[in-house]
Design a protein around this ligand. Structure first.
Ligand SMILES: Cc1cc2nc3c(=O)[nH]c(=O)nc-3n(C[C@H](O)[C@H](O)[C@H](O)COP(=O)(O)OP(=O)(O)OC[C@H]3O[C@@H](n4cnc5c(N)ncnc54)[C@H](O)[C@@H]3O)c2cc1C
Length: 303
């Protein structure tokens, strides 16, 4: 896993707007190691364990343990795996969507190819809330949805607008926010439409991030993209927050995991090099709870 993660982070995802002969595909190409790590995470139940064992006490805690171990190797894949785990309560607001999608969302199969979600053994799900002009304030969003025929929960809409931070754009579907006539609502937007065509989700560019390199985050435009309304019209923020709450819980867990794996690196380096200063660095960082104070040169001296 550690070696796969090294490869997946060293050779970053590439945006492929066009196929070899020039037609638009709007895809992101990942290193094969990324797909292998995704497959391992899904097989081990990072997104699904809790939902597959919902009747057993402590199932979510056990899932956190699996996720904690996965994240020791790679943080990038933790993004789509966590979002896939977290989407379940939001999707349950729309029983027919839940019935159609949840069996694949909690499956233990992975297929990284770009193809319709329903032809895969398992699906991954992302989130599209943040817009450039609004940031945290999603009420300032401008993306809007127009009904294709019937209106309201579970119905199909066409969505026009953009998202400023659209992580894991190759997920099989995203839960997105858009204004419908009745207010801001939540939608399930598949990468491929039910008639087997690529949905009108145009990737503008990939984010140049400081970390999380194995995974891609994108800026996208929706040019009449098709999506089903999930939950009550006008209650989109409340619906998607069911997903956000679980991603935030995972964020706290994964930050703790980052600190523990960081300490592990320091210890290994100190033991290998025989440098006591490494232990002293760690002791200072732990005692102060602030790694930056431990970096003061005087504190790195042997006690
Ligand atoms: C690696 C990464 C991946 C991401 N992936 C996704 C994704 O997949 N989907 C998605 O939708 N978004 C994603 N985001 C975007 C993320 O959700 C936004 O960064 C977040 O919503 C904050 O928006 P902002 O960065 O514009 O900050 P701002 O909204 O400008 O906030 C800046 C600061 O002001 C504070 N603040 C803002 N509003 C208030 C307020 N009303 N009261 C008090 N304090 C306030 C905030 O807490 C913050 O400290 C991702 C971000 C990162 C870094």
């Amino acid at each position: 896993m550690m070696e796969l993660a090294r490869q997946a982070n060293e050779i970053k995802p590439k945006f492929k707007p066009f196929a070899r002969y020039g037609h638009g595909i709007d895809e992101v190409e990942f290193h094969p190691a990324y797909h292998r790590i995704m497959a391992l995470g899904i097989e081990r139940g990072v997104p699904s364990y809790a939902w597959r064992n919902e009747d057993r006490p402590g199932a979510h805690v056990a899932r956190m343990g699996i996720s904690y171990l996965h994240n020791q190797a790679d943080q990038g894949t933790s993004c789509p795996l966590t979002m896939t785990y977290a989407c379940v309560p939001a999707l349950r607001h729309q029983p027919e969507s839940a019935q159609a999608w949840l069996p694949r969302i909690i499956a233990t199969g992975y297929d990284g190819r770009s193809m319709p979600a329903w032809d895969k053994p398992g699906d991954t799900i992302g989130t599209g809330m943040t817009e450039e002009q609004g940031g945290s304030d999603v009420r300032a969003n401008t993306t809007h949805a127009t009904p294709v025929a019937a209106v309201g929960s579970g119905q199909l809409y066409r969505i026009v607008g953009h998202k400023w931070f659209y992580s894991a754009p190759m997920c099989d579907a995203h839960l997105v926010l858009a204004y419908s006539p009745g207010g801001i609502s939540c939608f399930l937007m598949p990468r491929w439409t039910p008639d087997g065509r690529r949905n009108e989700v145009r990737i503008q560019r990939l984010k140049d991030k400081l970390g999380d390199w194995s995974n891609a985050s994108a800026e996208v435009e929706f040019q009449n993209a098709l999506a089903w309304m999930v939950g009550e019209e006008g209650r989109g923020v409340a619906t998607i927050l069911e997903m956000v709450a679980l991603t935030l819980q995972a964020s706290v867990l994964l930050r703790a995991c980052g600190q523990s794996s960081g300490c592990g690196y320091v210890l290994r380096i100190a033991v290998r090099s025989g440098a006591w200063s490494g232990f002293w660095y760690l002791a200072c960082a732990r005692a102060d709870g602030r790694a930056d104070r431990a970096r003061v040169p005087g504190r790195l001296k042997h006690p």
